[in-house]
Design a protein around this ligand. Structure first.
Ligand code: ACO
Length: 366
């Protein structure tokens, strides 16, 4: 039986975009600590940094905000396509459909461009809000060009101007979710692009990769776990039962981080500032501590800690986002990292073509 490696330890590219140091628990975007950017910069500022390699001057930021605000609206034909999809079609599939259909007119050229990156990043929140409100039988809320990207997203979902603390918390989460080295969805996007396919196709593949519960689908499962546990006294028996049955705890473990995930650490502080010591936060902290202790007992030496999804779930729940929007919302962050990697891949492109080891039988010789 061949050893299944999941490409662990394999270097597939050199990159200027980010450093993920799993031993030290460091995450750096273009020379800046991601955790600092998360609490001092806006979504648009960090998107500019990732796309362009440096922070924007004031006028450059104004121009990017303006461009992205102008790119938020969904073309009429895309609305018609979304409306044709039965409500049973999940949001991530709606995003793939939309991006594929946009590609037909706007993102299907080689090489991919920064304008395409801005367009796709600007429009995803509008698509999510449009579909979500339709699915709930609510009137559509048009984007407000006076609002920044994050505030506008919350506004389109809820039809009221968001609480400042909610906007700040979501802004921090989206910045920390924007980029993370050669994770599965980014790798998938780079592989697709490497065939000289287009930005739109690469993003469709990345979205499909993102939705799996081992990657971007985890926060939904974290909420389910916290709800099933319910109270602090039930945490230990619930977790033991899961581990006794060989199940995984969602929101724990990471391929690269063998210490605390710096994004989880930063989000824990943001959540604490937003909620104070409310009971649901108290429960989350208790579950975190109990799980880390029991994971060390059941899986000694594997160094399993909380990952970004654990506190993402806490933040998204506090700002009252519907759980089925968690992974799509993560997608509105990671699209910046994906498009940056796609642009980088195009600039140094060579098609990805790894090898496999044949372990099957051979026909008889002669
Ligand atoms: N709960 C219980 N045990 C775990 C967990 C977990 N969350 N994560 C890893 N382990 C155990 C495995 O069972 C395995 O044990 P073994 O050595 O006895 O077989 C050992 O730790 C190593 O696990 P691998 O599967 O080799 O780790 P890998 O690097 O392939 O997986 C992953 C990383 C997918 C994130 C994993 O930790 C996991 O499934 N976590 C839960 C899902 C999750 O939270 N995903 C979000 C990740 S962050 C993101 O994608 C944005």
């Amino acid at each position: 039986m061949a050893k299944v490696t999941g490409l662990e330890g394999v270097v597939s590219a050199e990159t200027d975009i980010s450093l993920v140091d799993g031993e030290q628990g460091h995450l750096v975007y273009r020379g800046y600590w991601a955790k600092d950017l998360a609490v001092t910069k806006s979504y648009e500022e960090v998107a500019f940094l990732l796309w362009n390699g440096r922070l924007p001057e004031r006028d450059e930021l104004d121009q990017l905000e303006q461009r992205m605000a102008n790119l938020r609206n969904i073309p009429e034909y895309i609305c018609r396509i979304i409306d044709l999809l039965p409500l049973s079609v999940p949001m991530m599939a709606v995003l793939q459909t939309t991006v594929a259909a946009l590609g037909e007119t706007e993102s299907s050229t080689w090489p991919p461009t920064l304008q395409q990156a801005e367009r796709l990043s600007a429009i995803l929140p509008t698509v999510i809000a449009y579909r979500y409100r339709k699915s709930q039988g609510l009137a559509i809320v048009e984007p407000d060009p006076k609002l920044e990207h994050v505030a506008n997203y919350l506004y389109m979902l809820t039809d009221h101007l968001p609480d400042e603390s909610h906007t700040r918390a979501l802004n921090a989460y989206l910045i920390l979710g924007m980029e993370h080295g050669m994770n599965a969805s980014t790798f998938a996007g780079r592989v697709i692009l490497s065939t000289q396919s287009d930005m739109s196709s690469a993003i469709c593949g990345a979205i499909g990769t993102m939705k799996g519960p081992l990657h971007g689908g985890a926060p939904y499962e974290v909420i389910a776990m916290l709800e099933q546990i319910g109270t602090k006294d039930r945490a230990e028996p619930w977790i033991r039962n899961m581990l006794d049955n060989g199940e995984r705890l969602m929101g724990f473990g990471h391929r690269i981080y063998k210490t605390k995930d710096p994004r989880a650490e930063a989000l824990r502080i943001v959540t604490l500032n937003m909620t104070g010591q409310d009971p649901s936060f108290d429960l989350a902290i208790h579950v975190e501590n109990t799980a880390i202790r029991l994971l060390e007992e059941y899986k000694p030496g594997r160094r399993l800690y909380t990952n970004v999804e654990f506190y993402a779930a806490a933040i998204l729940r506090t700002i009252q986002l519907s759980p089925d929007l968690f992974t799509p919302t993560f997608t509105t962050a990671r699209i910046v990292g994906w498009t940056t990697h796609i642009l980088e891949q195009a600039s140094v492109n060579r098609i990805f073509r790894p090898e496999s080891v044949y372990t099957g039988s051979m026909p008889a010789l002669g």
